[in-house]
Design a protein around this ligand. Structure first.
Ligand code: NJP
Length: 234
């Protein structure tokens, strides 16, 4: 039977690469993000490669919209990838930026994962994989809110793992270093050549997900070897 994966933040960057990686494996992709045109472009790419993609335009921070659009959905794997990074000192963050990071990086995990888990419990099988960050267990100037949200991801996922493993559900966290995407308002270019590319993180997610039934890789860090001489050291 065809397996299915729901990826949040699938419209660009790491989430799009994860969606395409699993589509190439023959999985049906449920692609969630806010921007319909980007989701439609992803769907067209998946279909032209012979795959299946169901786009769902949705703000994962909107609890009632998530319940309405994802409630009761049946998927084999959920990848909580949607995330927001506004990396600047706390005194320079607006209240809106602070709340948006908490709403998307933290609160949306509650909304989306609770929509998906009942189907996994019923089938006694499933996998919830969340994209954390090396920034969640280290410190950097500008990371007071973002880094704290990713520390939450690690702690939440480890606690959830022991809650649901006897119901057949695996829980994992993939923690990347710096990746060339539009994250934190970045315009990808030559300056990013040292970073990981989204496909590297998608490969790491595939390694975590494509394990034998009785094997769980709970936490995986993925880093670049080509750090710049004076860089953030990730
Ligand atoms: O970021 P970006 P990445 N509802 O900005 C979506 C983590 N990470 O791919 O809604 C639904 O290119 C947005 O779609 P749209 C990072 O923390 C990254 O780099 O259409 N979706 C887009 O598809 C995050 O957890 C780095 O605008 C929402 C996606 O999220 C994950 O990797 C390092 C949404 C963001 O794409 C993917 O980030 C690291 C909402 N409310 C961890 N808000 C890195 N890039 O260096 C946003 O350690 N999205």
């Amino acid at each position: 039977m065809t397996q299915s994966i729901l990826v949040t933040g699938a419209s660009r960057g790491i989430g799009r690469a994860i969606a395409l990686r699993f589509a190439r494996e023959g999985w049906t992709v449920v692609a969630v993000a806010r921007k319909q045109p980007e989701l439609d472009a992803l769907r067209a790419e998946v279909i032209s490669a012979g795959g299946m993609c169901r786009p769902i335009a949705l703000d994962v921070a909107d609890a009632s919209a998530v319940a309405r659009q994802l409630g009761g959905i049946e998927v084999d794997v959920l990848v909580n990838n949607a995330g927001v990074g506004v990396l600047k000192p706390m005194m320079e963050l607006s209240a809106e930026e602070w709340h948006r990071m908490l709403d998307v990086n933290v609160n949306a995990l509650f909304h989306v994962t609770r929509a998906v888990l009942p189907g996994m419990f019923a089938r006694k099988a499933g996998h919830v994989c969340t994209i954390g960050s090396i920034g969640g267990r280290s410190v950097f100037v500008g990371g007071s809110c973002y880094g704290a949200t990713k520390a939450f991801v690690t702690a939440w996922a480890e606690n959830l793992m022991i809650e649901v493993r006897d119901r057949g559900v695996k829980v994992s966290v993939v923690m990347p270093g710096a990746v060339t995407t539009e994250f934190n308002g970045n315009a990808p270019g030559e300056k990013d050549r040292w970073k990981l590319v989204p496909a590297d993180v998608a490969d790491a997610v595939a390694q975590v997900v494509l394990t034998p039934p009785n094997v769980l890789i709970h936490r995986l860090e993925v880093r670049t070897l080509t750090v710049p001489a004076k860089g953030p050291g990730k």
